[in-house]
Design a protein around this ligand. Sequence first.
Ligand code: AMP
Ligand code: MG
Length: 325
Amino acid sequence: MICLGIEGTAHTFGVGIINDEGIILADKRSIYKPSRGKGIVPNEAAEHHKKNSKIVIEAALSKADLELKDVDILAYSCGPGIPLPLIFTANFAIKLSKKYRKPLTKVHHGIGHIEIGRLTTGAKDPLVVYLSGGHNSLLALVENSYKIFGETMDITCANLLDVVAREMGLSSPGGPEIEKLAKAGKYVELPLVIKGMDVSFSGILTAAIKKYKEGIPKEDICYSIQETCFAMLTEVTERAVAHVGKKEVLLVGGVAVNKRLQEMMRIMCKDRDGKMYVVPQEYAVDNGVNIAWVGILAHKSGWKADFKDKILPRWRIDEVPWFQT
Ligand code: AMP
Ligand code: MG
């Protein structure tokens, strides 16, 4: 069985094609880049997706050496995400499904990030640390859904990195730039806020920008943000692992590729006789393969999104009944 998955919740329009053995047949994407100094402008992202959708899907089909009629099922990212790009993506997928008479599955974007992580790393039943633009959560599968054990109380870590980078005139996305500059930095104190298994980053945001404006070098800001945020994330992950009783930690989402974060998490896992897994860089960020793989898993298990809405911008992951195969 072959599934074609379409991702379009935010900046990326992606089409992935995968078979039921988990073999990736194609992965094509186009990424909307906001103009310098701006975050995602919703109608610009939707316009970007509209402009590039045909090129991306044709490129994916050509890479897989398939035509749409050869694909068995379709899947699209139904949420959570930004309404305008979500609507375009949903309409695009629904039109294809009708035209080619293929079953269509609605996919939770976050489950895509997790399941591609399990597929590509071999992690079986991990505590998932999901750090993307829109998510900052500790998750684990308990009683047939991914339950949230810890979250951010305000902005996400990714958000913090991007906003501070923007304030310092670095290019977008900010995470990789911050990681580079941090190598030459030294520590300045930033507020570290943890409540139970939740974290807060807005105080760090305010303090980092203030320190930068007072003349602290960019390198020191970058180093200190990484040390503070990643120490917080590692600490709450350790609490969650102990609480839920899992032996594996799986890092997913765009921030997961950060080497310093991986290092801290690896040390923590080793201390607890556990194992850390990281989703490969190319699948850490948004892409259509994530969505296609969930399409396959859902189809195999008979799972269906039994609701009418074609988009769910605020769809919570613990609202999705799930399973593990
Ligand atoms: P996603 O929403 O999963 O596509 O993740 C996007 C986020 O990942 C952006 O906020 C990026 O700044 C962040 N990111 C990408 N690479 C890195 C990195 N090397 N270190 C930290 N954050 C990163
Ligand atoms: Mg994402």
